[in-house]
Design a protein around this ligand. Structure first.
Ligand code: ADP
Ligand code: MG
Length: 250
Protein backbone atom coordinates (compact mmCIF):
# COMPACT_ATOMS: atom_id res chain seq x y z
CA UNK A 1 0.00 0.00 0.00
CA UNK A 2 1.25 3.48 -0.73
CA UNK A 3 1.97 5.48 2.38
CA UNK A 4 1.08 8.77 0.81
CA UNK A 5 -2.64 8.27 0.45
CA UNK A 6 -3.66 10.65 3.16
CA UNK A 7 -5.18 13.31 0.97
CA UNK A 8 -8.81 14.13 0.56
CA UNK A 9 -8.13 15.96 -2.66
CA UNK A 10 -10.05 14.33 -5.50
CA UNK A 11 -7.90 14.33 -8.64
CA UNK A 12 -10.17 12.35 -10.96
CA UNK A 13 -13.91 12.39 -10.43
CA UNK A 14 -16.12 10.24 -12.65
CA UNK A 15 -19.88 10.59 -12.32
CA UNK A 16 -22.61 8.65 -14.13
CA UNK A 17 -20.26 7.86 -16.95
CA UNK A 18 -21.91 6.10 -19.88
CA UNK A 19 -20.28 5.07 -23.11
CA UNK A 20 -21.94 3.35 -26.02
CA UNK A 21 -20.53 2.30 -29.36
CA UNK A 22 -23.67 2.34 -31.50
CA UNK A 23 -26.14 0.08 -29.71
CA UNK A 24 -23.44 -1.50 -27.61
CA UNK A 25 -23.49 0.12 -24.18
CA UNK A 26 -20.07 -0.67 -22.74
CA UNK A 27 -20.02 1.61 -19.69
CA UNK A 28 -23.13 2.29 -17.61
CA UNK A 29 -23.28 4.56 -14.62
CA UNK A 30 -19.66 4.47 -13.61
CA UNK A 31 -18.91 6.53 -10.49
CA UNK A 32 -15.34 6.69 -9.30
CA UNK A 33 -13.34 9.25 -7.36
CA UNK A 34 -9.57 8.93 -7.22
CA UNK A 35 -7.71 10.88 -4.56
CA UNK A 36 -4.29 12.42 -4.72
CA UNK A 37 -1.61 9.81 -4.16
CA UNK A 38 -4.10 6.97 -4.38
CA UNK A 39 -3.45 3.79 -6.34
CA UNK A 40 -6.65 2.31 -7.76
CA UNK A 41 -6.35 -1.08 -9.43
CA UNK A 42 -9.12 -1.98 -11.86
CA UNK A 43 -9.83 -5.67 -12.39
CA UNK A 44 -12.34 -7.38 -14.59
CA UNK A 45 -12.83 -9.83 -17.43
CA UNK A 46 -12.00 -8.99 -21.00
CA UNK A 47 -14.66 -6.77 -22.55
CA UNK A 48 -15.88 -5.37 -19.23
CA UNK A 49 -15.03 -1.81 -20.24
CA UNK A 50 -11.76 -1.20 -18.39
CA UNK A 51 -9.86 0.23 -21.35
CA UNK A 52 -12.83 2.29 -22.45
CA UNK A 53 -13.02 3.87 -19.01
CA UNK A 54 -9.33 4.82 -19.06
CA UNK A 55 -9.68 6.10 -22.62
CA UNK A 56 -12.61 8.29 -21.59
CA UNK A 57 -10.52 9.83 -18.80
CA UNK A 58 -7.94 11.19 -21.23
CA UNK A 59 -10.56 11.66 -23.91
CA UNK A 60 -9.25 9.17 -26.41
CA UNK A 61 -12.95 8.30 -26.33
CA UNK A 62 -15.77 10.76 -25.93
CA UNK A 63 -18.25 9.70 -23.24
CA UNK A 64 -21.88 9.35 -24.28
CA UNK A 65 -23.02 10.97 -21.04
CA UNK A 66 -21.87 11.70 -17.53
CA UNK A 67 -18.93 13.76 -16.40
CA UNK A 68 -15.24 13.33 -15.80
CA UNK A 69 -13.44 16.04 -13.90
CA UNK A 70 -9.65 15.94 -13.78
CA UNK A 71 -8.07 18.39 -11.35
CA UNK A 72 -11.14 20.58 -11.50
CA UNK A 73 -11.40 20.56 -15.29
CA UNK A 74 -14.43 18.92 -16.93
CA UNK A 75 -12.67 17.03 -19.70
CA UNK A 76 -15.97 16.45 -21.52
CA UNK A 77 -16.83 20.14 -21.75
CA UNK A 78 -17.01 21.76 -25.17
CA UNK A 79 -13.88 23.69 -26.05
CA UNK A 80 -11.73 22.00 -23.41
CA UNK A 81 -8.03 22.12 -24.24
CA UNK A 82 -7.40 18.41 -24.71
CA UNK A 83 -3.67 18.82 -25.16
CA UNK A 84 -3.48 20.53 -21.81
CA UNK A 85 -5.64 17.89 -20.15
CA UNK A 86 -3.51 15.12 -21.61
CA UNK A 87 -0.18 16.59 -20.51
CA UNK A 88 -1.27 15.96 -16.94
CA UNK A 89 -2.40 12.41 -17.68
CA UNK A 90 0.36 9.95 -18.44
CA UNK A 91 -0.85 6.84 -20.22
CA UNK A 92 0.97 3.55 -20.64
CA UNK A 93 -0.54 0.92 -22.91
CA UNK A 94 0.00 -2.76 -23.46
CA UNK A 95 1.87 -1.90 -26.66
CA UNK A 96 4.75 0.45 -25.96
CA UNK A 97 4.41 2.52 -29.16
CA UNK A 98 7.99 3.77 -29.16
CA UNK A 99 9.27 5.44 -32.31
CA UNK A 100 11.47 2.72 -33.87
CA UNK A 101 13.74 5.15 -35.70
CA UNK A 102 14.58 7.21 -32.60
CA UNK A 103 17.01 6.33 -29.82
CA UNK A 104 15.70 5.65 -26.34
CA UNK A 105 16.76 9.12 -25.22
CA UNK A 106 15.15 10.82 -28.24
CA UNK A 107 11.94 8.89 -27.61
CA UNK A 108 11.80 10.40 -24.13
CA UNK A 109 12.78 13.89 -25.33
CA UNK A 110 10.38 14.30 -28.25
CA UNK A 111 7.07 15.19 -26.57
CA UNK A 112 8.85 17.34 -24.01
CA UNK A 113 10.20 19.48 -26.82
CA UNK A 114 7.12 19.41 -29.06
CA UNK A 115 4.36 19.68 -26.48
CA UNK A 116 5.98 21.34 -23.47
CA UNK A 117 8.39 23.41 -25.62
CA UNK A 118 11.31 22.48 -23.42
CA UNK A 119 14.76 23.23 -24.78
CA UNK A 120 16.83 20.35 -26.10
CA UNK A 121 19.15 20.62 -23.10
CA UNK A 122 16.36 20.55 -20.56
CA UNK A 123 14.53 17.72 -22.33
CA UNK A 124 17.76 15.74 -22.43
CA UNK A 125 18.47 16.30 -18.76
CA UNK A 126 14.97 15.16 -17.79
CA UNK A 127 15.16 12.17 -20.16
CA UNK A 128 18.36 11.02 -18.47
CA UNK A 129 16.79 11.48 -15.03
CA UNK A 130 13.64 9.55 -15.89
CA UNK A 131 15.53 6.78 -17.68
CA UNK A 132 17.79 6.46 -14.66
CA UNK A 133 14.72 6.13 -12.44
CA UNK A 134 13.43 3.19 -14.47
CA UNK A 135 16.85 1.54 -14.45
CA UNK A 136 17.87 2.25 -18.04
CA UNK A 137 20.66 4.80 -17.65
CA UNK A 138 23.01 2.58 -19.64
CA UNK A 139 20.59 2.14 -22.51
CA UNK A 140 19.90 5.76 -23.42
CA UNK A 141 21.66 5.62 -26.77
CA UNK A 142 20.20 2.27 -27.81
CA UNK A 143 17.46 1.91 -30.39
CA UNK A 144 14.14 0.42 -29.20
CA UNK A 145 14.73 -2.73 -31.25
CA UNK A 146 17.85 -3.42 -29.19
CA UNK A 147 15.83 -3.62 -25.98
CA UNK A 148 13.69 -6.35 -24.46
CA UNK A 149 9.95 -5.79 -24.25
CA UNK A 150 10.26 -5.04 -20.54
CA UNK A 151 12.94 -2.44 -21.20
CA UNK A 152 10.85 -0.88 -23.96
CA UNK A 153 7.90 -0.64 -21.61
CA UNK A 154 10.11 1.05 -19.03
CA UNK A 155 11.13 3.57 -21.71
CA UNK A 156 7.44 4.19 -22.36
CA UNK A 157 6.94 4.81 -18.64
CA UNK A 158 9.94 7.18 -18.53
CA UNK A 159 8.50 8.99 -21.54
CA UNK A 160 5.17 9.46 -19.77
CA UNK A 161 6.90 10.60 -16.56
CA UNK A 162 9.03 13.14 -18.41
CA UNK A 163 5.86 15.15 -19.01
CA UNK A 164 5.34 15.59 -15.24
CA UNK A 165 1.95 13.91 -15.17
CA UNK A 166 -0.29 14.39 -12.17
CA UNK A 167 -2.00 11.06 -12.78
CA UNK A 168 -0.72 7.90 -14.45
CA UNK A 169 -3.06 5.54 -16.27
CA UNK A 170 -1.77 2.03 -16.96
CA UNK A 171 -3.71 -0.24 -19.29
CA UNK A 172 -2.41 -3.79 -18.96
CA UNK A 173 1.13 -2.48 -19.15
CA UNK A 174 2.63 -5.92 -18.56
CA UNK A 175 0.22 -8.11 -20.54
CA UNK A 176 2.34 -8.25 -23.69
CA UNK A 177 5.53 -9.18 -21.84
CA UNK A 178 7.19 -12.51 -21.30
CA UNK A 179 6.72 -13.54 -17.66
CA UNK A 180 10.36 -12.99 -16.72
CA UNK A 181 10.16 -9.37 -17.89
CA UNK A 182 7.01 -8.50 -15.99
CA UNK A 183 8.72 -8.13 -12.63
CA UNK A 184 10.95 -5.17 -13.57
CA UNK A 185 8.05 -3.21 -15.02
CA UNK A 186 5.89 -3.89 -11.96
CA UNK A 187 8.86 -2.80 -9.83
CA UNK A 188 8.94 0.57 -11.57
CA UNK A 189 5.18 0.94 -11.06
CA UNK A 190 5.57 0.00 -7.41
CA UNK A 191 8.29 2.65 -6.93
CA UNK A 192 6.06 5.25 -8.53
CA UNK A 193 3.22 4.34 -6.18
CA UNK A 194 5.52 4.65 -3.18
CA UNK A 195 6.66 8.04 -4.40
CA UNK A 196 3.06 9.20 -4.15
CA UNK A 197 1.94 9.16 -7.77
CA UNK A 198 -1.81 9.05 -8.31
CA UNK A 199 -2.42 5.94 -10.40
CA UNK A 200 -5.24 4.05 -12.07
CA UNK A 201 -3.95 0.64 -13.02
CA UNK A 202 -5.77 -1.92 -15.13
CA UNK A 203 -3.96 -5.19 -14.61
CA UNK A 204 -4.35 -8.92 -14.16
CA UNK A 205 -1.38 -9.02 -11.77
CA UNK A 206 -3.10 -9.96 -8.54
CA UNK A 207 0.07 -9.83 -6.44
CA UNK A 208 0.64 -6.25 -7.51
CA UNK A 209 -2.99 -5.37 -6.83
CA UNK A 210 -2.83 -6.86 -3.36
CA UNK A 211 0.47 -5.21 -2.41
CA UNK A 212 0.23 -1.83 -4.06
CA UNK A 213 -3.44 -0.89 -4.43
CA UNK A 214 -5.12 1.37 -1.94
CA UNK A 215 -8.39 0.37 -3.55
CA UNK A 216 -9.42 -2.42 -5.90
CA UNK A 217 -12.31 -1.91 -8.30
CA UNK A 218 -13.92 -4.91 -9.97
CA UNK A 219 -15.74 -4.21 -13.22
CA UNK A 220 -17.99 -6.51 -15.21
CA UNK A 221 -20.42 -5.77 -18.00
CA UNK A 222 -19.68 -2.03 -17.95
CA UNK A 223 -20.44 -1.48 -14.28
CA UNK A 224 -18.40 -1.34 -11.11
CA UNK A 225 -19.61 -4.48 -9.38
CA UNK A 226 -17.59 -4.10 -6.23
CA UNK A 227 -14.80 -2.03 -4.75
CA UNK A 228 -12.83 -1.99 -1.56
CA UNK A 229 -9.42 -2.47 -0.05
CA UNK A 230 -7.41 -5.37 -1.49
CA UNK A 231 -8.23 -7.43 1.57
CA UNK A 232 -11.96 -6.71 1.25
CA UNK A 233 -12.09 -7.60 -2.43
CA UNK A 234 -9.67 -10.55 -2.46
CA UNK A 235 -10.37 -12.13 0.90
CA UNK A 236 -14.04 -11.27 1.36
CA UNK A 237 -15.58 -10.58 -2.04
CA UNK A 238 -19.28 -9.82 -1.70
CA UNK A 239 -20.53 -10.37 -5.20
CA UNK A 240 -20.82 -13.75 -6.86
CA UNK A 241 -19.38 -12.26 -10.01
CA UNK A 242 -16.26 -11.11 -8.17
CA UNK A 243 -15.91 -14.51 -6.53
CA UNK A 244 -16.22 -16.27 -9.86
CA UNK A 245 -13.66 -13.96 -11.48
CA UNK A 246 -11.12 -14.32 -8.70
CA UNK A 247 -11.74 -18.04 -8.52
CA UNK A 248 -11.06 -18.42 -12.20
CA UNK A 249 -7.81 -16.58 -12.33
CA UNK A 250 -6.04 -17.48 -9.10
P1 ADP B 1 -11.67 -4.34 -21.52
O1 ADP B 1 -10.55 -3.34 -21.57
O2 ADP B 1 -12.25 -4.50 -20.16
O3 ADP B 1 -11.28 -5.65 -22.11
P2 ADP B 1 -12.88 -2.65 -23.51
O4 ADP B 1 -13.11 -1.34 -22.86
O5 ADP B 1 -11.72 -2.79 -24.42
O6 ADP B 1 -12.86 -3.79 -22.39
O7 ADP B 1 -14.15 -3.06 -24.35
C1 ADP B 1 -15.46 -3.02 -23.82
C2 ADP B 1 -16.45 -3.26 -24.95
O8 ADP B 1 -16.40 -2.13 -25.82
C3 ADP B 1 -16.17 -4.46 -25.80
O9 ADP B 1 -17.39 -5.06 -26.10
C4 ADP B 1 -15.53 -3.89 -27.03
O10 ADP B 1 -15.80 -4.67 -28.14
C5 ADP B 1 -16.21 -2.54 -27.15
N1 ADP B 1 -15.36 -1.53 -27.80
C6 ADP B 1 -14.21 -1.02 -27.30
N2 ADP B 1 -13.69 -0.10 -28.14
C7 ADP B 1 -14.54 -0.01 -29.19
C8 ADP B 1 -14.59 0.76 -30.39
N3 ADP B 1 -13.63 1.67 -30.66
N4 ADP B 1 -15.62 0.58 -31.23
C9 ADP B 1 -16.59 -0.31 -30.95
N5 ADP B 1 -16.63 -1.07 -29.85
C10 ADP B 1 -15.63 -0.94 -28.97
MG1 MG C 1 -8.59 -3.55 -22.16
Amino acid sequence: MSETNNSNEVVVSIKNLQKAFGDNVVLRDIDLDVHKGEVVVVLGPSGSGKSTMLRCINRLEHPTSGSIVVEGVDVCAKGVDLNKVRTHLGMVFQQFNLFPHLSVKKNVMLAQQKVLKRSKEEAEKIAVEELTKVGLAERIDFMPSQLSGGQQQRVAIARALSMNPHVMLFDEATSALDPELVRDVLGVMRDLAHDGMTMIVVTHEMGFARDVADRVVFMDGGVIVEEGTPSEVFDHPKSERTKAFLGNIS
